[in-house]
Design a binder for this molecule. Structure first.
Ligand SMILES: [Zn+2]
Length: 137
């Protein structure tokens, strides 16, 4: 299944495209923690407890995106600990990373559609996707 289809399935199942609401609905713990200057977030699976960690220093748009990315791991790669999302590895070619980014982008887009004449950049920004991640659309 493509990440886009998986995102649509999540939105249908949970009736929202909010990553934090979906996480809570799926009993995934979300923790806002001080993760320093480099790390945005990570997903851990310890003692069968899935946890999304989000750096509490991030601006809201980035915190939500990070939540969507880590939710991607929780859904697509549920039983494993995945790499930290760091400012130095945002464009990692790692397959798991790219999958989580694509799911995040399509989740945040949700049912939104570009209006006629709207640029791709404007559309994705309107969906709350920071510029850095438009390449995953
Ligand atoms: Zn990741």
């Amino acid at each position: 299944m493509t990440e886009k289809r998986k995102a649509r399935e999540l939105i249908q199942t949970h009736g929202t495209n909010s990553p934090l609401d979906i996480a809570s609905d799926r009993n995934i713990v979300v923790l806002f923690e001080d993760l320093g200057k480099q790390t945005w977030g990570y997903y851990s699976y310890t003692n069968r407890i899935p946890v999304i960690h989000i750096n509490n220093r991030l601006r809201p748009e980035y915190a939500i995106y990070t939540g969507a990315h880590e939710l991607g791991h929780a859904v697509l790669h549920s039983g494993i600990n995945t790499p930290f999302l760091r400012s130095s590895t945002l464009f990692s070619v790692d397959k798991l990373e790219r999958q989580a980014h694509r799911l995040a982008v399509h989740l945040l887009i949700g049912d939104n559609e570009p209006v006629p004449g709207e640029s791709r950049n404007h559309f994705l920004k309107r969906c709350g996707i920071p510029d850095e991640f438009h390449i995953f659309y």
